[in-house]
Design a protein around this ligand. Sequence first.
Ligand code: FE2
Length: 335
Amino acid sequence: MSLQIAPLSLPAQQEHGETVFPYVIGCQSTDATLEEVTDWLSSEREGLLDLAHQHGAVLFRGFPLVQAEDFDAFIAAFGLPNFPYKESLSNAVRVNRTERVFSANEAPPDVHILFHHEMAQTPMFPTTLFFFCEIAPAEGGATPICRSDVLYERLSQECPEFAHNCETKGLKYSNVMPDADDAQSGMGRSWKSTLRVETRQEAEARLLELGYSWKWNEDGSLRATTPVLPCVREVSPGRKVFFNQLIAAFCGWKDARNDPADAIRHGDDSRLDRDAVMRAVELADELTFDVEWHAGDAVLVDNTLIMHGRKPFKGTRKVLASLADKQTHSFESMA
Ligand code: FE2
């Protein structure tokens, strides 16, 4: 029997120009097998990746995905190179379930993870993300997503000077990494795990290679500052994206070791315009679409176009994630 697959519309779905956000694809075949689905994905993968690039995200609902292994097969069908968590400089504590798939973040349920582009605060980032809901939470726990190209268009109209500074000066991020993983924090990954090293000497060699500066604290934690990274990317002529972790760092990089006031500066060490940052936060809230998870949902995300976060929840929530297609970015003034 052939698969019954069709675009769906959702009540809160947004329209931006010719695009919808997110694009939603439903599977109506109740007896569809995983093999039929992965065959279909493999044959349609270019078109599906193109949809993600146009619309920002594609939500797949009603497909026969139950556990981490099914999600792994779903991702593999897209044929993109995997970007393993252990090779990333992500500051989140995560647990691998398969080679490609890991828990999205081990932070406690009450932690609100603010909007960010995955790993835009490090020199290496994935262009593509996949999320999957294994267990939907009893209450809350949506994954908010936001079109960062639309956000930047509005922000540059309302706060042109700030936008100019973002484009021309870039950003530098600083964070304090603990000596050992701290799963109580949304940014609790240890420096040993983050940098994939065992000793301070190895850590310093790795930081030097990445262009970071650093300072050791008495409690064994490490404060590291990135090289200057872009704040805005032009993904195609005229389509500029607010590609950064500015909102998360400025408002949310807070735990026992980190103070958000010290987390982010422009590339020339100047402070960010607080009012403009707050306006960016408001615009992101206005542009939010909440992915209210149904068990079995999968989302294909173009990380170069949309930001994501995590809302607090009650009960058990298992949302898994995977990163693909590693790219390296460095700051080049767009002025
Ligand atoms: Fe993330």
